[in-house]
Design a protein around this ligand. Structure first.
Ligand code: NAI
Length: 334
């Protein structure tokens, strides 16, 4: 039984606690904390979590906590991950790993010092059955080499304080991870473009934006990004290969025929759209950690996405493709 402490009892924190307590038999949440301590106390009462700590640092140091799940706000991730790794504990960190490449490098340095993988990043799409199937076909070589990816990330709303740059670091970060994973390739150049703005979206940040990427092997990727005010939560991905194309399937929905119309329903929430992926992801993390070390997206993957995000945000308004420059991959992640 893996004894876990959770930092951040907000939307996804509560979802992950429910999974760890009710769905995953070899996991138990033994402690939680939140910046708003009442959120932690309420969550602890609801799920029967025995220990509530005032701070993330206290939770990380607690002797009953063997592994840590970080589901607090983006800006707090890097410091907690570093602290967890220094304590020699396994850490599952929701995306993004950090806000800057330098913070990711500090985490990797510490992990390398510890001599084993201690971090998994919450890029759950790698566990979504649709993406997994696409990856299998690409890797089989059946359709030849992948040449391009056309992707869309359309969302309904964002919380208070959302900014243009977060469209990349918080939202498109999923595409930045999944595309390099599907292609087994790294990014070479990146550019973000502001397009004609939606009159429905007037909250002070760019929406939509288009992300353009070129990989080391010459594949091209375009991602249409509508962070809010779209018609639903709709994630699309088409991989164009030499001998055919691969499309991400839509989640299943009944087909309704009524009023001379045939229709299906689209989702509006990430928690529903990727529910299966989150379930598989956390169950896999717990099991692999119990066996020795995590097998999912590593600190290196968190770093690669962060470096690409950084280039994209720097490219805004320059009309230039910017280089995506990474450090040499440490042996631990090869
Ligand atoms: P949220 O705002 O609902 O919850 C965040 C919680 O963290 C809040 O209760 C807040 O009080 C707490 N918090 C903030 N700073 C803290 C700190 N320094 N120490 C302890 N607690 C702190 O946000 P949500 O949607 O639950 O997102 C949390 C994280 O999970 C974000 O980093 C987000 O990017 C990630 N996320 C990932 C998703 C995925 O698809 N993998 C989906 C949704 C969120």
């Amino acid at each position: 039984m893996l004894k876990i402490g959770v930092i951040g009892c907000g939307a996804i924190g509560k979802e992950h606690i429910r999974r760890l307590m009710h769905l995953i038999p070899n996991a138990e949440v033994v402690a939680c904390t939140d910046y708003f301590i009442d959120a932690a106390k309420e969550t602890a009462a609801k799920y029967g979590i025995p220990n509530v700590y005032q701070t993330g640092e206290e939770l990380i140091a607690a002797s009953e906590v063997e592994a840590i799940v970080i589901t607090s706000s983006d800006a707090s991730h890097a410091a907690y991950v570093l602290e967890g790794v220094k304590a020699g504990k396994q850490v599952f960190c929701e995306k993004p790993l950090a806000q800057t490449a330098a913070d990711c490098e500090a985490i990797m340095e510490e992990e390398v010092k510890q001599g084993r993988k201690l971090v998994q990043v919450g890029f759950m799409r790698r566990y979504d059955p649709g993406y997994v199937e696409i990856k299998k076909v690409i890797d089989s070589g059946e359709l030849g080499e992948p040449l391009m990816i056309h992707a869309c990330h359309r969302n309904v709303s964002q919380g208070e304080g959302f900014q243009t740059e977060m469209g990349i670091t918080n939202v498109a970060i999923h595409e930045l991870d999944i595309c390099r994973w599907l292609l087994g390739d790294e990014y070479k150049n990146a550019q973000v473009l502001k397009v004609k703005q939606s009159a429905r979206s007037t909250k002070g940040y760019d929406n939509p934006q288009i992300v353009l990427l070129e990989t080391e092997n010459g594949s091209r990727i375009d991602v249409e990004l509508q962070v809010s005010d779209a018609y639903g939560y709709d994630i699309q991905c088409q991989v164009v290969c030499e001998k055919g194309t691969l499309n991400l399937p839509d989640p299943s929905s009944i087909i309704k025929r009524s009023n001379a119309t045939c229709s299906t329903t689209l989702m509006t929430d990430w928690a529903d759209r990727f529910i299966e992926a989150y379930d598989i992801e956390l169950a896999d993390w717990v099991t692999k950690v119990e066996q020795g070390e995590p097998a999912g997206p590593s600190s290196w993957d968190g770093y690669a996405a962060c470096v690409a995000a950084d280039s994209l945000n720097r490219s805004r308004g320059t009309n230039e493709f910017l280089k995506v420059e990474m450090i040499e991959k440490p042996e631990l992640y090869k």
